[in-house]
Design a protein around this ligand. Sequence first.
Ligand SMILES: Cc1ncc(COP(=O)(O)O)c(C=O)c1O
Length: 462
Amino acid sequence: MLERQVDELPHMVTPPPGPKSRVYLDKEAEMLYSSWAANRVVPFITRRKEGWAIEDLDGNRYIDMATGWASTPLGAGHEDVLRASVQALWESGGIECTSYISNHYIAELAERLLDIAPPNLTRVAPDTTGTEAVEAALRLAREQTGRHFIISFHGAFHGGNYGAGAAGPTAPDVGRGIREFMHGFIHVPYPTCYRCPFRQTYPECGLACLHYIDDVILRYEVAPDQVAGVLFEPIQGENGVQIPPEGWMEGLFALARKYDWALIDDEVQTGFGRTGKMWAIEHWPEVEVDLMPLAKALSGGALPIAAVLGTEAAMTASDDIYLGGTFAWQPAACAGALAGIEALQRERALDNVAELERIAQEVMSPWVERYEVVGDVRIKGVYIAVEFVYDKETKSPGRDIAAAVQARAVRKGLVPIYEKSIWWIRLLPALNMPPALFRKGLSLLEEAIYETSKEYALGVAA
Ligand SMILES: Cc1ncc(COP(=O)(O)O)c(C=O)c1O
């Protein structure tokens, strides 16, 4: 059945938003808090998701390359995952506060996660969202070391609430109203090599951004023994798939070991195969991390669930920490997560990711030469970004171009990831998307880029 989607998608019957979607979009704008509607860039309301398809209220069927922000890693409505979850929901009677009354799924999921975790991570802290998992990891690191400061990176995103929001300064706006109150974070440059913060080029830069921590931060801002840990995304996601160059991660690891800092590897978006390895940190085999927040794909696409994996030392520093909350590790969410991990392995999703990555490299890499508006294409597994510019020399951010490309792509039947005010578009297809459908999605995106280039009268190579 699902295979038919390769031929049938996309299927557009009316330009979005169609009349039915419009009614609900208008109601939302009227009733929900203002930035909910103000920041909405997807012009339809979903009726149904299945496999690699999103269907809107007006009958349009799109190719889904947003996957619930990487939360339906095996497509929407994966049968085994939903069945396991629904069965557990009936069996358990719904919600349970599992930190008070436990359920057999808790230990089963913990055991399964520790099976696939890096070997030095031996315990699990249950949570519900990625934001909570990050904040739990911060607390655990501070508790373990008895130190206060956390080093985190420019461009990072770790969640929107006070703790995680203060840690991750994606943009000044994200931190507004948070950073005024939340202290204890030191933000340092991330290796965003296409736009080097020091206007240098790798490898001639000698990893200037990394040395900045030792040479500047530890000299002028804090002493090493005031720092509890370093919170980082192994590949920055929201900041447009920023992939650290060779040597950077190893250097960060060396620094952390030298000063006894906990390394907090935020794999909320990269975990469970997104970048071609089970954990993105495996791209740097010699690097050992201490805490690893997980969420999104951990759910298998069923129900919200998150976790922190940690070393014995980090996870046993105190018996007096309350983490998690009433909704953490619901039996039905655990059952879905277990079935998701099982399916990810049984369906050999990582082999498919390797094939999709190969196709992405083949199809998308030439866009940098072909289109004046494409400044950079970054691909690791199926973690993919296209960055737009008005001018390749100055690299002036192509905000309107990204907006126009996204709007066109959606009208053509492809849903990528894009947010107001950024100038890149991301693709997060399901790890098991059929290669032929992936190619179809890429060609829709390329059509949208081609037409937008023409609109801006910017060059298109023959
Ligand atoms: C790397 C990273 N960390 C944390 C979060 C926050 O997760 P959640 O939205 O589940 O709170 C996100 C969300 O996009 C993320 O990408």
